[in-house]
Design a protein around this ligand. Structure first.
Ligand SMILES: [Mg+2]
Length: 186
């Protein structure tokens, strides 16, 4: 069940009651950060989508279970606070399906004051698919940011990186090792 508007005080319980309905199995959560309490045209602000494991949280031990999330990677929290002050809107996207530990982790590190949502972009127009609209994605598995349309030269570079470049092949091997023994974190 997808819940599109929810306060952070509602997400820690198993069920969420709203308008006479009981929701179970929360798949997506929208916080209401302090930023949104101020009148601002949100469509003018850049959107940052972020991964959790290996990006914000330490994942050097690989998958440890749904209730175990690594400590924040050094400088990550300070950087997000800095970006938020510059007007970036932030959304977290994770392959973790059990979100209560994720919410507790965000609250513990005061990131619920910065992130607007988990696994949802509530400003996606209704005709959109589930792919979130964002300006920049930060993910430990993402290919480097271009900020423009890919060119044929980019695609030739991708071909070389992923098939011939030994450093890249080693990166992929490491990523695969974590993928093969993990649960759902990535
Ligand atoms: Mg990751």
């Amino acid at each position: 069940m997808k819940i599109e508007k929810i306060s952070k005080t509602c997400v820690l319980g198993t069920d969420f009651h709203c308008a006479g309905l009981t929701y179970t199995g929360i798949e997506a959560i929208v916080f209401i950060p302090k930023l949104l309490l101020h009148p601002v045209n949100l469509s003018l602000l850049p959107v940052l989508a972020l991964d959790l494991d290996g990006t914000l949280a330490d994942y050097s031990e690989g998958w440890q279970g749904p209730d175990i999330i690594g400590e924040p990677i050094s400088e990550a929290l300070g950087t997000l606070t800095h970006l938020a002050a510059f007007g970036w809107r932030m959304f977290l996207f994770t392959t973790r399906g059990v979100l209560d530990p994720v919410i507790k982790w965000l609250i513990k590190h005061r990131l619920d004051q910065i992130f607007e949502g988990v696994n949802i972009l509530h400003h996606n127009p209704p005709q959109c698919s589930h792919k979130p609209i964002f300006d920049v994605l930060i993910d430990d598995r993402a290919y480097p940011f271009c900020g423009r349309q890919l060119t044929s030269e980019d695609w030739l570079q991708i071909r070389e990186d992923l098939t011939e470049d030994e450093q890249w092949r080693e990166k992929v091997r490491r990523a695969r090792e974590f993928s093969q023994d993990r649960g759902v974190g990535s």
